[in-house]
Design a protein around this ligand. Structure first.
Ligand SMILES: [Zn+2]
Length: 470
């Protein structure tokens, strides 16, 4: 079974063949920590999480690196506006990012390197480029990459070789340079900006340089997969390729994966557009973390995802169906002989789910396979064809698929004792046919976000799709 992925550089869907057999090295461009990330940023991080989880589920070892850009024009401006040091601003928003990532159940990357802690690696990379004639100094102490020295420039973004550079980062990079297309590797010192004393002289790294230096430090000069949002293709990733390959003489990345935009109100979600939704705000407005994760994962990563109250409501409904099935399987008791067709059903579901994700992370057919299984298991529960061990087996199969999706209720996330006591009290009220007490306790539990239902297997509970719902 081989996973196939769409590579932006070649434009082809190709089998993933790790440079080291059985070990996939993945680098994802992480957040620039000058403010809270929005859900558009998290769409890009969660697609990388889906990739990493899927590859691990397939039995591959994955080393996942996601950088934290903690020095950059936006951070310098933000810190100046807030009247604090850049490391204080960065520290605050790194904490915010990690909290949001935990809330959305993003796997913790194996390494989360910070740019300011990797300046020596960046300096070493610039020294190699200077020695190879791919970089030059300007009068203000800055160092630029010489694009004329690198004929392959523009392949990723499919640029016309004569095309000028455009983009918001460019203006900030303009000091003085030989060719308008050249991009800054190292920025000479400026009044009011942080600066490092290095072998290159004083100054600070350019943003593109940060990702090349940190990815190669942790993953080697050539590695398997580099991910990011589609807006990073040019110039960020184009520049990463040029400076990395010019320095090492080796192919930098085998497969480039880019996630399409998240849209809200018909436009790309971006700070500059003013149509931002943040994780904490959505939770405060009543969204559940698992529904939010589902909503961000449920569209294929290369298609624009339209984010709205409706898409979030649809995700919440999907989560409720999953929760109801988990609760039903947990409560299910039957001494019957069992269902001989169950193993085949679970095997086919796993096969369809995995095959879909192997095909460039095709999430829609993967979710289709999951919800076909939900329907078939619900039918078997209703028909009482399962035995108690069958129910356990089915639950384990769901949890297996969920190691990729990360949306089922957490089994470790037991109810607080007080609510557990209410559930027990209600069960005994029903046993003694005290319907008034039973109804009162049901209302009390509902007020605490626990919905109780009475079934042949006794009372069954699940969490309402509330902000407190895990
Ligand atoms: Zn990057």
């Amino acid at each position: 079974m081989t996973t196939r992925l769409h590579d932006t550089l070649t434009g082809a869907v190709r089998p993933l063949e790790p440079l080291e057999a059985g070990h996939v090295r993945v680098y994802s461009c992480g957040p620039t920590v000058y403010g809270p990330a929005h859900v558009g940023n998290f769409r890009s991080f969660l697609f990388a999480d889906l990739l990493v989880r899927h590859l691990r589920w397939r039995g591959l070892r994955v080393t996942w690196v996601m950088n934290l850009t903690d020095v950059d024009d936006k951070i310098i401006n933000g810190a100046a506006a807030a009247g604090i040091a850049i490391d204080e601003l960065a520290e605050r928003w790194i904490a915010g990012f990690l909290e949001d990532a935990r809330t959305l159940r993003m796997s913790h990357p194996d390494v989360l390197p910070r740019a300011t802690e990797h300046v020596p690696a960046m300096v070493a990379l610039v020294e190699r480029l200077l020695a190879g004639g791919h970089a030059y100094r300007t009068d203000d102490g800055s160092i630029y990459f010489r694009i004329a020295s690198w004929p392959a420039y523009g392949r990723l973004a499919r640029l016309d070789p004569g095309q000028m550079r455009v983009g918001e980062r460019v203006a900030a990079d303009e000091y003085t340079k030989d060719d308008v297309r050249d991009f800054v590797l190292w920025k000479g010192p400026r009044e009011g900006e942080p600066s490092w004393e290095t072998a290159l002289g004083a100054g600070r790294p350019g943003w593109h340089l940060e990702c090349s230096a940190m990815s190669m430090q942790y993953l080697g000069e050539s590695f398997d997969i580099h991910t990011g949002g589609v807006d990073l293709v040019f110039p960020h990733h184009e520049d990463e390729i040029a400076q990395s390959e010019a320095a090492t003489g080796k192919p930098f990345v085998r497969t480039w994966l880019h996630c399409a935009h998240l849209q809200m109100g018909g436009r790309k979600m971006a700070k500059s557009e003013g149509n931002i939704a943040r994780v904490t705000e959505l939770l405060a407005a009543g969204a559940s973390p698992r529904a939010l994760r589902y909503a961000l994962l449920a569209a294929h990563y290369r298609t624009a995802l339209s984010f709205s109250d409706e898409s979030l409501a649809a995700a919440a409904a999907a989560i409720e169906r999953l929760d109801a099935l988990v609760a039903a399987l947990e409560a299910y008791r039957s001494d019957g002989p069992g269902d001989p067709s169950l193993a085949g059903l679970l095997g086919r579901a796993r096969e369809a789910f995995g095959t879909a994700l192997d095909d460039d992370l095709a999430i829609s057919p993967a979710l289709g396979a999951l919800f076909d299984l939900v329907r078939d298991l619900n039918r078997r529960i209703a028909d009482r064809t399962l035995s108690s061990p069958d129910a356990d087996t089915a639950l384990a199969a769901l949890r297996d698929l969920d190691t990729v999706l990360g949306v089922l209720p957490d089994p470790a996330d037991a109810l607080p004792d007080a609510l557990d006591a209410l559930l027990e009290a209600r069960a005994s009220a029903r046993a003694s046919r005290d319907w008034a007490a039973s109804d009162r306790l049901r209302d009390e539990l509902a007020a605490a976000g626990i919905l109780v239902e009475d079934t042949r297997d006794g009372q069954r509970w699940r969490r309402a799709g509330s902000p407190s719902g895990a």
